[in-house]
Design a protein around this ligand. Structure first.
Ligand code: UD1
Length: 502
């Protein structure tokens, strides 16, 4: 039960940081009977939250009477670190159920905020040792979609804030294969923000080691890392031996063109690697898996939108065939042993990036996929986009896909985990928005929201491409309570922030 929430905002009363603090406080207050006292530190900008400042002493005394404190400040010049330190120094601890720390990253550019952030993290950890603490980073350019930013983090925060008075599912220990990759890293962020303990298993063959630090900067927690290749059964065996509650399996190769040239690589990594993983899980008694599948399993869709009942189509390439084989292996396993809990998530077209601009899609070499190609053309790193085909039977002749924001997708994995924990067997869900967009629509939206020009020309159809596919995501909404919240404009904006902040 939460009765009183004290909010410390600033630097300008009524300014953006205070607005963020109040939005968080309103959510916190809704958990209990909810009285909110807002304490705005006018004038602190000049003082930068020096811990010895008497004004801070007064604030901490007032906050000490509350159940929950929401502390918000820009990270600029380490002012937030000062606020937290003052809070730690003076806080007496009587009855405080939790602290929500809201570092506001300025200017939309992580570079402005990273230096203070490295000082901030240890203080947040120290505070967390005294009283349950959650942090959510808000980039001040996200003010127009603040509620969505808060949504990303809310379920984990709620768990902490309710403290001991409400029973909530305990945090789980989770192994994430491919956790440094595009969808993997965003899912690790969501898992950490929900309070789970995460170990990444990755061979860094198509990702950077710095992703792990960046995940740490976003969440204030650094996941453990095991470097290893899923083709190696003994490496997998020792990795899985850590007493995990569940495995999220992202590690795989995903280039269609490469799979045509090197099919055995795809069978080894995707199929043998998955079998090795399931074998190791079985030996160590871990029987819960959330698997990264793809709408490619449906082949050329016979009906739109595509539901989960759509039959697996003939695969157009070895990559698609390996995804089907991996799903078949999982289905057979669930049929043979009903104690397995398996979620197979069929992604449509994941794009976008974390709104912090700290993690995103970073393919090595020239990208195969549309959005990373578009962002590189916009940045001048590639001369022009080739649009593969303008004679498809679609409204503007270009291919239609269901683009889904990677943060929405990541959150779908947590919803699937919650579901399979309570229901054994094999379950498949489409993760998409339910909305098809053409290549031209994506390019036009990108140009509109970023103000950048993307030169393009039409080129022949790419072999193996389908004209149009989009999801019926209603099963995920009905069973998981999951629904994509971001639109194409958000996806373009976030993809561009990631590209342009590097
Ligand atoms: C592709 C794979 C799919 C895989 C997914 C992984 C194929 C045929 N499909 O999906 O199996 O699961 O990547 O992320 O490769 N386009 C251009 N110019 C470009 C790049 C793409 O016009 O330079 C067009 C494509 O023709 C398509 C749309 O953009 O209409 C999306 O392409 P892409 O991002 O590669 O995704 P998919 O082909 O849908």
């Amino acid at each position: 039960m939460i009765d009183v929430v004290a909010v410390v905002g600033n630097p300008r009363p009524g300014g953006r940081t205070t607005r963020v603090a109040q939005a968080v406080a309103a959510r916190v207050a809704a958990l209990g009977s909810g009285e909110v006292e807002t304490i705005e530190l006018a004038d602190h900008a000049a003082r930068m939250f020096d811990p010895s400042d008497p004004a801070l002493g007064e604030v901490t005394t007032r906050v000490a009477g509350a159940d929950v404190a929401v502390l918000a400040s820009p990270t600029y010049k380490a002012s937030f670190t000062g606020l937290l330190k003052a809070f730690l120094d003076r806080y007496t601890g009587d009855g405080l159920a939790g602290v929500v720390a809201v570092p506001v990253m300025l200017g939309g550019s992580p570079a402005h905020s990273l230096a203070p952030d490295t000082q901030l993290r240890p203080v947040l950890v120290e505070l967390g040792a005294v009283v349950p603490t959650r942090s959510v980073y808000v980039v001040d350019t996200e003010m127009d979609r603040l509620e969505e930013t808060l949504d990303r983090w809310w379920s984990g925060a709620e768990a902490v804030l309710r403290g001991c008075s409400v029973s909530l599912p305990p945090p789980m220990k989770i192994l994430v294969t491919g956790g440094a990759g595009f969808v993997g890293s965003h899912t690790v962020v969501e898992l950490l923000e929900a309070g789970h303990e995460v170990t990444i298993l990755d061979d860094f063959s198509n990702s950077e080691r710095s992703v792990v630090d960046r995940i740490g900067r976003i969440t204030g927690k650094r996941p453990a890392v095991v470097e290893g290749d899923i083709r190696n059964p003994s490496a997998l065996d020792s990795a899985v031996a850590g007493g995990y509650d569940a495995v999220f399996h992202f590690a795989a190769r995903k280039s269609v063109a490469e799979s045509v040239e090197e099919p055995l690589l795809y069978y080894q990594v995707n199929v043998t690697g998955t079998v090795n993983l399931l074998d190791a899980m079985s030996r160590h008694g871990v029987r819960t898996i959330v698997f990264s599948s793809s709408c490619t399993v449906y082949g050329d869709p016979q009906e739109l939108p595509v539901t989960e009942d759509h039959p697996f189509g003939p695969a157009a390439n070895p990559y698609g065939r390996t995804k089907q084989m991996m799903e078949h292996a999982l289905m057979d396993l669930a049929a043979a042993d009903p104690s397995w809990r398996i979620a197979s998530l069929r992604y449509f077209n994941p794009v976008g990036a974390h709104p912090s601009g700290l993690i995103g899609e970073d393919p090595r070499g020239v990208p195969d996929n549309l959005m990373p190609y578009v962002t590189r053309v916009a940045a001048g790193r590639l001369p022009e986009l080739r649009i593969f085909g303008n004679d498809y039977p679609t409204p503007d002749g270009t291919g239609v896909r269901d683009y889904v924001h990677v943060v929405d997708l990541a959150r779908g994995h947590l919803a699937a985990l919650d579901y399979v924990v309570g229901s054994s067997g094999y379950h498949a869900w489409n993760l998409g928005t339910g909305q098809g967009s053409s290549v031209l629509e994506l390019v036009e939206t990108f140009q509109r929201v970023t103000g950048r020009t993307v030169p393009y020309r039409f080129a022949p159809r790419r072999p193996g491409d389908v004209a149009a596919t989009w999801a019926d995501p209603s099963k995920a909404e009905r069973e998981l309570g999951w629904k994509a919240k971001h639109d194409l404009a958000d996806m373009c904006r976030d993809a561009w922030r990631w590209e342009s902040s590097r």
